[in-house]
Each structure stands twice: as C-alpha cells, then as structure tokens.
Design a protein around this ligand. Sequence first.
Ligand code: CA
Length: 693
Amino acid sequence: MPVDMARLLGAGGEGDNWLTYGRTYDEHRFSPLQQINAGNVAGLKPSWHFDLPVDARAQESTPLIIDGVMYVTTAWSHVYALDAATGMLKWSYDPKVPGHTGIDACCDVVNRGLAAWQGRVYLGTLDGRLVALDAATGRPVWDVSTIPAGSRATITGAPRVIKGKVIIGNGGAEKSARGYLSAYDADTGKLIWRFYTVPGKPGVKDGSASDEVLAKIASKTWRGQWWKGGGGGTVWDAMAYDPQLDLLYFGTDNGGPWNKKFRSPGYSDDLFITSIIAVRPDTGEYVWHFQNTPGEMWDYSATQSLVLADLTIDGQVRHVIMQAPKNGYFYVLDRQTGKPISIHQYVDSLTWAKGVDPVTGRPQINPDAQYDHTGKPWLGAPGPGGGHNWMPMSFSPQTGLVYIPVIEVSFPYIGQSSYHPTLFDFNVGIDMNAGSLPQDPVIKAAAIKGLKGHLTAWDPVAQKEVWRVTVNHPWNGGTLATAGHVVYEGDAMGTFSAYHDTDGKLLWSVQTGTGILAPPISYAVAGTQYIAVETGWGGAFAFSAGELALKTQINRGNIPRVIVFALNGTDKIPAPPPAAAAALTALPELGNATQIMQGKLQYHTFCNNCHGDTAVSGGVLPDLRFSAALRDDDLFQKIVHDGILEPKGMVAFGSVLQPKSIELIRAYVTHRVNESVAEAKAANGASGAGAAN
Ligand code: CA
C-alpha cells in the first residue's frame, strides 16, 4: 500500500512504521510500541547491523520504515534500502555529489533523511538537488536543482511531503545564501511555490509567495545593503504540519554574516531571520511569524525541532508549537496565532539576554553582547552551537515531557574591523582565530573539563526541568520517546542508552565503539519491536573544536553503521579496530614567530573549520600534524593550492591563498607539531618522541 495522505495523517497509529522524518506530522518522535518497555529493556540485544560503505563522516539520518523496508541516508547524500528485519541490502543510490561541494557545507557532508510518497522516496542532496527515487528499485525518477547556479547553499535536511508537494529548504547562511523554502510537485518535480525568508534587493520582486509579506513587514526591518551578503535566514531543518489548521511551520537560520555591522548595520530586527513562520502548504501564503532573536548576531538559528502538541495550560487545552532553539529559551507558542504562551530558559548558562517579555516574546538583549556596537570581545553563552542544535528532541504524550539533547558551550565573539567575504571562508564577520584554544595546560584542562551536555526532560506546561542526565560531552545525539516508558539517546562517547521517561533512571546501555549523533527510531516487523540507530561521528563541533572535541570523545574510531536492537537479538556489534598509536616527531621549524602567527591567522580563517582548532583534528578529517605533506613543500602546495584531493572534499584554495600564504600555514602546523611533541614529553616525563594525544 503506497504512502498517501491518509497514511501520513494516520502515521501515529502505524506503530510498525516510521513514515515521515519526525514519525508524525507533529514531529513527536514518539513510538506507540511497548513490547520493549521499562520493565524489560535491560535485556535488549543487537539484532542486526549494517556497515555503511561510505566515508567516515557524520551520520545524522532518521531512517524511514515503510512496510518492512528501512530507507536510511548517509554522508554525501547516499541512500540505502535495507530489509528492516534482517538488514539485507535491497538497493543503494549515490547521487554523485561533487567533492568540492563539501566545503560549502558549514557542518560536514551530512544528510538527515528522506520523505515518502506514492511508491517513491525523496532525497535532498548536498549539492542542492531534490531527487525522486523509486522506492522499490532506487532508480531516480526525477532530479531537479533547487538552488541558483553558483550558489554555495547545501541541502542536509529531510524533505516533507504534504498533499503531493515535496517541501524542502537548504543551508548556507554562513556562505552568503539567502534563505527560502520551496514546494515541488511530487509527481513531476515542478516548482509550485517558493517563500523567501529575507528580502532581496529593494525594488526587485521574486515573483514568489513571499513578495507581499517581505515588502509589507520584513523590508523595513533591514538596514544598509544586506542583499549583497545574502542575509541568511536559511531553512535547513525543522518543519511541522497541522492538518486541522492546514498550517506548515518552519524555522529559519541566523543572519548572514553573523556580525550585524556587515549585514544590516544599526539596531534592527532583520525579519525573518531566527523565526518560526507559518504558511499555507498549498500556496506558501504567509499566515504568521514569531522571531525569537531580533537582530541576531551569534548564530542563534531557529531551525531546531518544531513539535506540535495539545497541552492543558491553566485549565484550558491549548494547541501549541514548541521549540528549544539555539538561543537557550524554550518557547511554547499558540500555533494558530504564533503568540507566546510561555518562554523559559532551558540552558544553565545564558548571557546574551536579561530576560524576555512574556507577552511579545521580545528579548531584552544584553548591551555587552552587541559586539558590533561595543567593539569589544564578548564571551557568549550559548555559543554558535546553541543550547540545542539539529539533534531532534522528542515528546511523549504519556508523560507530557520533551526530551532535549542540551549543549552547554560558550564562545568568545570578537567582531572583525573589516570584512571581505571570500569563496571558501566561513563568511561571518567575526574573528575565528581569537577563539582558538590557548596552549597553556591549565587553561586547556579547564576548558576541556568545562564542556558538557545533558539530556533534559522538560515539562512544557510548568516550563521547568524535571530530570537530567549529564554527559561529559556537549555534542550528543537526538532522542526517541516510546510508549514503553523508555527514552533512548546515543552520545558522542559511543554509548547508546535507555532511560526511564519519568525519572531519567538508566535502564540499559551499550558501548557501540563510535560516536552517535543520529536520533534513534522504533518500528516492528512481524510482531517484533526494534530500536534502530545510525552511528558515526562528525559535524560542526567535531570539526571546529579540534582538541576539545578529540579529548572529550572516546576516539575509538568512526564507524558508519546502522545498529538495530531487539529483545530476542543474537547479533554482536563488531569491536572497533584498535586505535593506531599515533606518535609525532619534532620537525625543523619553517618560520620565525611573526610568520608562525601569520600562518595561524590564515589557518584559522581557511582551515580550522574542518581540520580543527589549533591544527588538532576533532577526529573526523585528517589531522594535519600527521600529514606527510608537512615535510614536502611541493606536495603541500599541490594539495592546498592545486586541489589534488578535491574528490575527497579538499578543494583547491589557489583562488584565495597565494603559495606564500600556504607556506605560512605549513609553518604554523609544523610549529604545532613541535608544541604537541613538547606537550607530550612534559606529560609523559619521557625523552624523545611522545604520543600526541
Ligand atoms: Ca548557522
């Protein structure tokens, strides 16, 4: 039976299946199955696993389950169709995303999942295409580009299908993109409507669903020549749909560039960045918006999970939409009007605002946080990773609680005095170099110790935390709630755990040997309930936090895999390969202190966002300190300047970096090798070469 509107509307009752990204249009990620429950989950065992033959990059997919078949996506936008009971491969599809697209993705070459409709599954690819695949064979039926030629926008999120329209946005606020959401005809791939989230060049109409509201409401909230930098507001993840109200909700990203001075100088709201927007799914017609962070300049996107529920608040049933966006406040809004019902801080540390007006939802912004005006560095909490990122939260209608993977990481925001966007830079207008980790051992140890995350059970009616489990890593996985009173979450340390949903008591856990980011799902085949999760470590924190990410992660390897558990499971999770004993040896320095500092600035402009802060990889991409090319100036130029490793995603930087700048970067990384050797020596009290990590 094909997936149609009746099945999608009734998806909550199809316990065996998982038909849409958040399982149901209200995005609860709540499974009604209870064969596996709080009383017996301690006996959960691996049932099957499937090693995904893809690059060991972040894996973020929510698999779909349709009548015994699992459809799961991977890094580089591949799709695998597996027998959901056995893990046997049915088909796979590789959209052949060009390697150079990798650098356009802010946060790894990830994909979060598919949508299903009438015997097809729909995939957004990293290079901005929307592809319809025959669900039985994996054969492409149509394939359209959703982004302008030359754009650096990428698709990492899962589409949704509503009434025969495939809805998709994209990411790229840090890459000079202008945000929009589009609807395509599921049969033909024809564009039906598009809603731009920020105004374009004044006087130029898009001929889109958003023209009128942008002219009427949004344009006057911008200053300067914002359109030249794109403006941001990209729609890269969250959506939800209310069939009764016939409203499609989506969240928008931060402004681009972050530094408001170079985006829209002065005090202005810059609508509709960092907002929830409600539109008609048939036409894209605007109905309401709610902006959580007016004039945003800290990467506080509002693209995090949107969850719809009917809650009894002050004796009245309220139809709400809930979000825990990056900015650290938990929002409960009336989803018919977009008006706030209640707003409360859900993170421990929040420094950018002094509170929120309960009626309008407008924050009272801390003047010190406005680094564009003060010209001074400011330590912000949350940082750019947010209090909560893309890892989905779940909601149990049984407990009335929301289960949020919370991040507690601050970040020093230092505005640049001048700004020149480039092709490969992280175009944000702040000094990324200044935030790099000091090598002082005391400061370093304190910084590593200070990193944490927690799984928080949040009561959205009382707006308070009910329980939490602290994890010694901030970058943990999405959550699943079930009718068996069990909440599941994987973490960066490779542990996959089951907690009691009312008190957070640990009921079961297993070490998978690789970091987990993806949200688990539950489904059933022939009367057996399964819990499934995709494993694989990576993403923004793993990339940019370098040593902080590495030292707090178990670093046992990085294995792209689907692992499925059941009570009668008889599979074994293969042990991770033993970590190679990495040792560094001292190298001759290639520059003086000034040149090394210049190389550091170049490194933290062009390289750190993937290869890690202070030239220490967070465990995903190659650690440049170990690169053989460090000892070979010609090979180093061939890789960095000429791009001989482009198929792997390492593009040619020749258009933005002169050979002599590249040589300065080599001098800086070489210096870091020697610092690491000295550090290891001091730690081991040993002579000669020491282990680097
Ligand atoms: Ca962002």
